[in-house]
Design a protein around this ligand. Sequence first.
Ligand code: HEC
Ligand code: CU
Length: 337
Amino acid sequence: MSFSQHVRTTVLLGATAPFLSACEGPQSALDPAGSAAELITRLWWPTLFVATLVTLLVLTLLAVAIFRAHRQRSALPLNARQSRNLVIAGGIILPLAATIPFALSSFSIGRTMDAPLPQDAMTVEVIGKQWWWEVHYLDEAGNRIATTANEIHIPVGEAVRFLLKSDNVIHSFWLPNLKGKTDMMPGRTNVTSVTADEPGVYRGQCAEYCGTQHALMAFMLVAEEPEAFDAWLDGQRQPATMPQTEAQASGRDVFFEAGCAGCHTIRGTSASGDLGPDLTHIASRRTLASATVPNRIGHLGGWITDPQHVKPGSRMPPSDLSPVELKTLLGYLESLE
Ligand code: HEC
Ligand SMILES: [Cu+2]
């Protein structure tokens, strides 16, 4: 490669790299892993193409107009009839021709994407909290059969209904790789559906500014084979495992003595607080505090000691446990698979 070729490649790569990197990855709307996101992407690219053409056309005409105005101050380049035709063509016909096909296809994609699901489709209720996600699995009668937080599992290839709510401010449920945004409004239930065509772990994000920790209000959606999903849901339905060792039993005592039970539920114990996430199966989750940090013992210890350091403004107070208390508490929480 000659020097000038190198320069050209470098400039080209530099100009397109940010653009290309936005097109793939765990939270890109242009990297679809489900039929709805696929449809959105198929509409997005032609929209970008036509919008770019129109922008270039308008900028070119503007440049022409500026240069002409400099050169011929007096005479109008077009007669009255030509200018009228130009306005009709460029001001009415072109915009309509450019936008009507998109309006129609966006309407039809919206209808396909949000076609009502069969009555017996699996239903997950998600409640937006400040700043985390409460998740309930419902049976066909609408009763809650399992509760978790910040991590949603669904069987791959199956359309799942989501009932979206909030009991505080407005949040928005967004899984870029799978579906567009749906608002979560206080006093309302919005319904959306999600189908993942490929197994994987997808990152979701709150998409409506909802306060201090809006940016750290994320969640994980795990799409897995139906058998794995059934096994997971069965596990989540169970009450917490009983302490198996003396150390775990004293860890559980620390949990109650430190006041954690006032805000957290551990099903199968008397802890039934509901200000914070259900911790019955906390050890089975991939992340802590709405996908802020991975769920490893070090992060768990850091979180419990000083949540405000990990997620400033979060609604969990710091605790001042002795090292031994913290160690046994962690041992107990780690046993809650
Ligand atoms: C005043 C209420 C309150 C108290 C007391 C409290 N927490 Fe929390 N806790 C929360 C809230 C709210 C969150 C969610 C924070 C977020 O993600 O923004 C949380 C999150 C957590 C999480 C992460 C859960 C997840 O799924 O991401 C763990 C683990 C946890 N708390 C453990 C404890 C322990 C152990 C104690 C006792 C030492 C405790 N909490 C005391 C309110 C509380
Ligand atoms: Cu939010």
